[in-house]
Design a protein around this ligand. Structure first.
Ligand SMILES: [Zn+2]
Ligand SMILES: [Zn+2]
Length: 370
């Protein structure tokens, strides 16, 4: 209750009885296009019985955060804490949370899902009627000391004992995104020739997870030689710098003019989607992963008779439990995508490194809440 006659109440009266924890925390806050600050925000609290409050241990910055900062995602309002990836420790749970308790180490999914709605029942968590991608988007996110996670039972995963927590941060978003939207939708098969357009963290995560299916060739296309070198080290059989050579001519030569079986688009601009249409072979799959802000041309005049499939998807994170097993068993090592480490309080420096990826040779950064 607010009694205006009493003037502003001292903040301390909001503490729960016996609470010794601080009521404020530090967080990376969006202040409109081009503006962000590391500043004090109220520590989140449990709002629904299905919530959990998580103290962040490690988080990261995503290309999507840069899109938000450019103003490309207008639903993100001023004052929003960014971030949708991370691992942490449960601080408190709502009364309806049964799978997690205080002190549990957890992996946070970028997708929050109620587990009960029509879409969740189809395994399409990304379109959950009450959740989906809301963290660091429609509700406050993980680039903070604490975060409130809705539908905790369905949106968190236990961190297995002795797991590499930095590697697990790659499982919040980039690994399931690249795998579900790129590799699964692209139907990568043994012996296939796969082209991955864009060698950023998502393209490289597609490269790593495509190898579950032993394709014969994986061709990475990018404009950054450093990223292409990393791609070679991670298993690409060919790399093409499209600013230095004609990528379409080279791919046609590599495939005896047949084109590729799978083209994974991991950039999100019209030129790269059109490029996929130019290199796809008969019966092939174009799997879009990129976030597009502009319409692109669909070349039905050449594609109508080629038996191709074009797919789109927002990550559902339904493969996270499987991917978690492969990382824990060291069949997959996504920690190879981590190039920079910072303490969480130096997140502005980390943003600079992430934004200047070409000169800083940045892929994924890890931010540790010390
Ligand atoms: Zn992301
Ligand atoms: Zn749902």
């Amino acid at each position: 209750m607010i009694n205006s006659l009493q003037g502003p109440a001292p903040v301390k009266i909001m503490a729960s009885p016996g609470s010794k924890t601080a009521l404020q925390m530090n967080a990376l806050v969006y202040h409109g296009p081009g503006k962000k600050a590391w500043e004090k925000k109220p520590k989140p609290s449990i709002l629904e019985p299905t919530d959990a409050l998580v103290k962040i241990s490690k988080t990261t910055i995503c290309g999507t955060d840069l899109h938000i900062l450019k103003g490309d995602v207008p639903e993100v309002t001023e004052g929003r804490i960014l971030g949708h990836e991370g691992v942490g420790i449960i601080e408190e749970t709502g009364s309806a949370v049964t799978e997690f308790k205080k002190g549990d180490r957890v992996l946070i999914s970028c997708i929050s899902s109620c587990g009960k709605c029509t879409y969740c029942k189809k395994g399409m968590y990304s379109h959950c009627e009450k959740g989906g991608w809301i963290l660091g988007h429609l509700i406050d996110g993980t680039q903070a000391e604490y975060v409130r996670i809705p539908f905790a039972d369905n949106s968190l995963y236990h961190v297995p004992k002795n797991a590499d927590e930095e590697a697990l941060v790659m499982l919040s978003d980039i690994l399931p995104t690249a795998f579900e939207c790129g590799v699964l939708n692209g139907q990568v098969k043994p012996g296939d020739t796969v082209a991955i357009v864009g060698a950023g963290p998502i393209g490289l995560a597609a490269l790593i997870t495509a190898q579950f299916y032993t394709p014969a060739e994986i061709i990475l296309i990018d404009i950054d030689d450093n990223r292409l070198e990393v791609a070679k080290a991670l298993g690409a059989t060919h790399s093409i710098n499209s600013t230095k050579e004609d990528a379409i001519v080279k791919i046609m030569r590599l495939t005896e003019n047949k084109g590729v079986d799978v083209a994974i688009e991991a950039v999100g601009i019209p030129a790269t989607f059109e490029f996929c249409q130019s290199i796809i072979g008969a019966g092939g799959h174009i799997a879009n992963v990129g976030v597009h802000g502009k319409s692109v041309n669909l070349h039905l005049e050449t594609l109508w008779s080629k038996n191709i499939t074009i797919t789109t998807r927002l990550v559902d994170t339904v493969t996270t439990p499987m991917l978690l097993k492969t990382v824990v068993s060291k069949k997959l090592d996504p920690a190879k995508l981590i190039t920079h480490r910072f303490s969480l309080e130096n997140i502005l420096v980390a943003y600079d490194a992430f934004q200047n990826a070409a000169t800083e040779k940045t892929l994924k950064v890890i931010l540790t809440n010390e």
